[in-house]
Design a protein around this ligand. Structure first.
Ligand code: ADP
Ligand code: MG
Length: 220
């Protein structure tokens, strides 16, 4: 469970306030969309929720642990084992093949041999087994994104954080990605936090956190 209390984020000097006193909880197994217009603070909030950045004021706790009090080793271990990240620009490592990219987190934990079969299974589930031994620049955008999802799922994460994962896909591939996220959420009870500016995708979530200028608001 994620508990955000009075989260404020400021950048620059003089400080510019981007997120204004946000408090909410995300329960295990929830599918939450973080939505709003470009510049409303969605990515900034997702970085904080996913432990990639800290709030300027306020606190974030995950599974009853305050992130600000965790050592960097512990945060790294937590991310490797329990968190899957999916971003708009897939960030596959260009020098690694599809299957090697999927095995990134197991490799960090020195478990890649045990996870080899699972990586192949995930590539098959995503319908991209044919790119297992190709480099990212030999894959289409949709294939790269599905490999990135396989990589995010390899450790059976409790949490998936996705920032506009459909943003640079055509609508058919966008719908495939959304249905995969829904399926993982339902079948594995994985908590999904999805940033999107597309109302049709946020409508697929259990709940929407709608941001206007860094504040939680209601859609008009
Ligand atoms: N590292 C940063 N330094 C300064 N300003 C930032 C930084 N990151 C984001 N911002 C600003 O915060 C606002 C919200 O950005 P962002 O969270 O990326 O919005 P969204 O994802 O909703 O488009 C924007 O005005 C952006 O310019
Ligand atoms: Mg963004």
């Amino acid at each position: 469970m994620i508990v955000a209390k009075n989260i404020i984020k400021e950048f620059g000097s003089p400080p510019q306030r981007i997120l204004h006193d946000l408090s909410f909880e995300i329960s295990d197994g929830e599918f939450v969309a973080i939505s709003g217009r470009s510049g409303s603070g969605k990515s900034t909030l997702l970085y904080i929720l996913s432990t990639l950045d800290l709030p300027t004021f306020g606190s974030l706790s995950i599974d009853n642990e305050d992130i600000a009090l965790m050592s960097s080793e512990r945060i790294h271990a937590f991310r490797n084992k329990h968190v899957g990240f999916i971003f708009q620009f897939h960030y596959l490592l260009p020098e690694l093949t599809g299957v090697e990219n999927v095995l990134l987190a197991p490799r960090n934990l020195n478990l890649h041999h045990q996870y080899q079969q699972k990586a192949i299974g995930l590539l098959k589930m995503m319908d991209v087994f044919h790119v297992a031994h190709k480099l990212p620049n030999q894959m289409s955008g949709g294939e790269q994104q599905r490999v990135a999802i396989a990589r995010a799922l390899i450790m059976d994460p409790q949490y998936i954080f996705a920032d506009e994962p459909t943003g640079n896909l055509d609508s058919a591939n966008g719908e495939i990605v959304m249905s995969i996220l829904k399926k993982i959420n339902k079948e594995n009870n994985t908590t999904v936090c999805l940033v999107t500016h597309e109302p049709e995708f946020s409508a697929m979530a259990d709940r929407e956190i709608f941001l206007v200028d860094g504040k939680i608001s209601n859609r008009d």
